[in-house]
Write a protein that binds this ligand. Structure first.
Ligand SMILES: Nc1nc2c(ncn2[C@@H]2O[C@H](COP(=O)(O)OP(=O)(O)OP(=O)(O)O)[C@@H](O)[C@H]2O)c(=O)[nH]1
Ligand SMILES: [Mg+2]
Length: 196
């Protein structure tokens, strides 16, 4: 899908601020620093629409990016950033939980897990939550450029066998650095949105 005019719309800290136009939402979840904001930039070929940082804990609110009035990419704060104060962590986790629990517009959850690491306790909790919610989701193993191309498939399989041994869900590699995986992800997005 070619997005012509992607726009930042709002940073929300409360459901009152969520958009009200009813567009479907594709939401990015995952640990701090795993590459959620970078994912959005890569998918739409923009360097800086979503703000990224090498320091974990960059995104602290719920950012809605309007994709040509077709859908939103929703960039959530990351979980599990241990250096954040307990109060700040609780606040951020509250934003994530509240959004995922009450939002009816979620068309797809994209869970990012670093391809180099085993899923942590927080990732497992999020994965279980998503399964129980019954919402459509895919898991992307991010930063695939950090390992040799020849090892990528095995690394994706390994992460899938930990979280989803029956292998009945979609796990795919992603790299915000190298644009070689975006087509498959766009296909998954288009499928849930039923548009091209
Ligand atoms: N090599 C590599 N680096 C990446 C990739 N994706 C993100 N990064 C880097 O990882 C760091 C974190 O990226 P962000 O996109 O800000 O991560 P985030 O998940 O939004 O982080 P929070 O907002 O803190 O939750 C940045 O320095 C990015 O440049 C990738 O695919 N490959
Ligand atoms: Mg971010």
């Amino acid at each position: 899908m070619l997005i012509k005019n992607p726009k930042f719309e709002i940073s929300a800290v409360s459901p009152k601020q969520y958009p009200t136009n009813g567009l479907p939402e594709i939401v990015l979840v995952g640990k701090s620093n795993v590459g959620k904001s970078s994912f959005i930039n890569t998918m739409i070929n923009r360097k800086k629409l979503a703000r990224t940082s090498s320091e974990p804990g960059k995104t602290r609110q719920i950012n809605f990016y309007n994709m040509d009035d077709k859908f939103y990419f929703v960039d959530l704060p990351g979980y599990g950033y241990s250096k954040m104060s307990k109060a700040e962590q609780a606040k951020v986790n509250g934003f994530i939980d509240e959004y995922l629990h009450i939002r009816k517009n979620i068309a797809l959850i994209i869970l990012l897990i670093d391809i180099r690491h085993e899923p942590g306790a927080n990732d497992k909790m999020m994965y279980d939550y998503i399964i129980r919610s019954g919402l459509p989701f895919i898991v992307l193993t991010s930063k695939a450029d950090k390992i040799a191309v020849t090892k990528v498939d095995a690394a994706v399989q390994e992460i899938q066998s930990i979280l989803n041994p029956i292998k009945d869900f979609t796990f795919m590699p992603f790299s915000a650095e190298r644009k070689i995986y975006t087509d498959a992800v766009w296909e998954a997005v288009e499928k849930v949105l039923d548009i091209e």
